[in-house]
Ligand binder design. Sequence first.
Ligand code: SF4
Ligand SMILES: [Zn+2]
Ligand SMILES: [Zn+2]
Length: 309
Amino acid sequence: MVIGERMKCSFCNKKSIYFRKYEGHHYCEKHFTKSIEKRVKKTIRKNKLIENGDKIAIAHSGGKDSSNVLFLLNKIFKNNPNINLFVITINEGIKKYRDECLKKSENFCKKLGIERHVFSFKKEVGITVDDLTKKMKTGYCGSCGLLRRYLLNKKARELGATKVATGHNLDDECQSILMNILKGDLLRLVRMGPVPRVVKHKKFVQRIKPLIFIPENESELFAKINKIPFGSKRCPNSIDNPLRGKTRKFLDDLEKSSPGIKYSLYESALKIVPSVKGKFKQGKINYCKNCGEPSSREICKVCELLKNL
Ligand code: SF4
Ligand SMILES: [Zn+2]
Ligand SMILES: [Zn+2]
């Protein structure tokens, strides 16, 4: 239920459709939309996510967050001749789940008139996630993520992208921060942020996360208000990562009793990251002897995974 019904917007006389508890303001549809756009523009400006001359590959799965990134970047930059946008969609091969998203992605890109490239696990690496779930008892989410990041980087680079925009929201980031701390994975922790600090290498395309300051529930509401089509099914394999589910619930419970706690967690992490970053030395990056993609090992993790299956 949307809190704030029957109340008036704090910025005009219209009916409120949302109460932002951590700010204490009521929002009508128009002012809610404006507030999200303003925050995304501020994130882009403050962190220099997009600059003149950039060619941005938008990673569009067809879910709500990546559809919002596509909608917003298109709205902000479509008339800017110095910024080029296009879409990359990765089809992992998860029947009954991805098909809905892929159709919505195709239709939405057509409607916006934006160039779209689709790459499938099946064609590019010869295996689908449905195959992986049959071959592996657990860990297929890790393998799915690994293959997706690999293909996204490779294809974006081949298509001349200077940056890849993803749909990570505030909840995703907060969950990752806590999970990385709980697992003692500080290397991953220092790689987070609106411009994640991945290892510098000419074959790695810089990632950017324009939605990083938008909570998940607000991302969903934004998509609904603005009639942005998105696939709403949950991947049937998401149970493969129970720690994320528990961390999500923990943070949601905390947010209910202490509104704004996700923001403060994220802001704190962003302040800590620069001071611990120097403690991690960047390993030497070579080229995988098998596929030629950048890797700190002789054979990259993707080639190793495919070989062992
Ligand atoms: S839940 Fe797991 S299998 Fe499903 S898309 Fe996400 S990473 Fe891939
Ligand atoms: Zn209003
Ligand atoms: Zn390789």
